[in-house]
Design a protein around this ligand. Sequence first.
Ligand code: NAD
Length: 440
Amino acid sequence: MTSSLAAADSRTHLRSPRVLLVGAGDRGETYAHWIARETYAHWIARHPDRASLVAVAEPHADRRAAVVATHRLPDSAGFTDWREVVTGPKLADAVIITTLDAHHVAPAVAFADAGYAILLEKPIAPTEPECRRVIEAVRRNQVVFGVCHVLRYAPYTKLLRNLLAGGRIGEIVNIDHVEPVGFDHYAHSYARGNWRREDVSAPMLLAKSCHDLDWLQYVVGRPVRAVSSFGGLSFFVPANRPADAADRCPDCVLQRSCAYSAVRIYGEHLAAGRTAWPLSVLTPSPTAESVAEALRTGPYGRCVWACDNDVVDHQVVAMEFDGGVTATFTMTAFSTSRPRQTRIFGTLGEISCDAATVRVTDFRTRQTETIDVPAPSHAADPLLSRHDGGDAALMDAFVTAVATRDNDWIDTSANEALTAHQLAFAAERARREGRVVTLP
Ligand SMILES: NC(=O)c1ccc[n+]([C@@H]2O[C@H](COP(=O)([O-])OP(=O)(O)OC[C@H]3O[C@@H](n4cnc5c(N)ncnc54)[C@H](O)[C@@H]3O)[C@@H](O)[C@H]2O)c1
């Protein structure tokens, strides 16, 4: 069930949940006074009648202090580590866990055992056994639980599902879905940044695209039965480094012509007057000077061919769903940053769409209808409109589920999220072993 503000407002008799934030980074934090960040705590700040943030656990003093100040919390509500909270008396109804990928399992299991409702950033965990540990803890304790597969909550997904359910293109036969990561986003996050190595993060398909695999199963409405996959890390490897490239972009003679120069990529953000992501990842207070210093000394100034990265830069996944529908998914670093693009081929028509526009062609009438996706209710707020409004809608659903103790408000429950992750693990096995993998 997808919740809505209107539906939730009709339940005003319900207590507004108290929320603990674990990890006040890009995903979790509200906004420090100097930068705009994403997102979940910001939703709470904007909806004081729906939920209240009562504590934060975050080792970075500046991030912790920003949350404490923004939500007018006492200093005692700022903890340096989630372990300090979970071992004490229960101080909230729910916890939002937005630590990095490899640090999801321990807090998720511990807070489930302590009886907290949990909103967990994706991926649940980097390996299948760890994912199962989390899901078992959730089931054992019967706590409200959701995974942040935000694409399910974006308005275009709702529109698309309504069109499909209404038979506008007959029966789905196959789908072609592309995630154009963006050459600059890839360089930032996957060559230089936090998601560059499988051993500190997760395989790229899981880290970046478990959303898409989940979304495809959601749109088709059936699970995948068999999968194959190809791809690898082909370009961002030392062998492709130009002979005269320096180890660091600020020292490099190619910095004006290289597409992946950190000086160019971050300089363009500075020139546009931005201070939020990705600059906020380099330095807490982005200025020309602090960014230049980060490029001279930090990981984000490294030549993209001189990093310790190992995640793929392109991957395709071919899937067969229960009932015979087929789909292909392509993730590529070699694109500009833009919304995902999908084509759905049916027995009576076809649909092509991205987050903003859906085009429906009907084979019977030979007509094509172009539908503008309704803007999310928070379109004017750059933080709340992240992921095309999916972030805000997810928070709405989670808070309603906690208030009503009814997990049905959350589309990405434990079972569905686990299924999506199992598909990503199966696709990775298929790619590494060069074979078709069947799912149970
Ligand atoms: N749903 C989405 O579309 C989406 C998008 C981007 C990122 N993510 C996921 O969100 C998660 C967070 O990503 P991010 O970019 O916000 O990372 P981040 O590094 O900005 O934030 C993580 C925060 O966790 C804090 N932390 C570390 N150890 C802690 C501890 N013991 N107790 C409390 N806090 C601790 C860190 O100090 C940091 O501030 C990742 O798993 C990432 O893959 C999801």
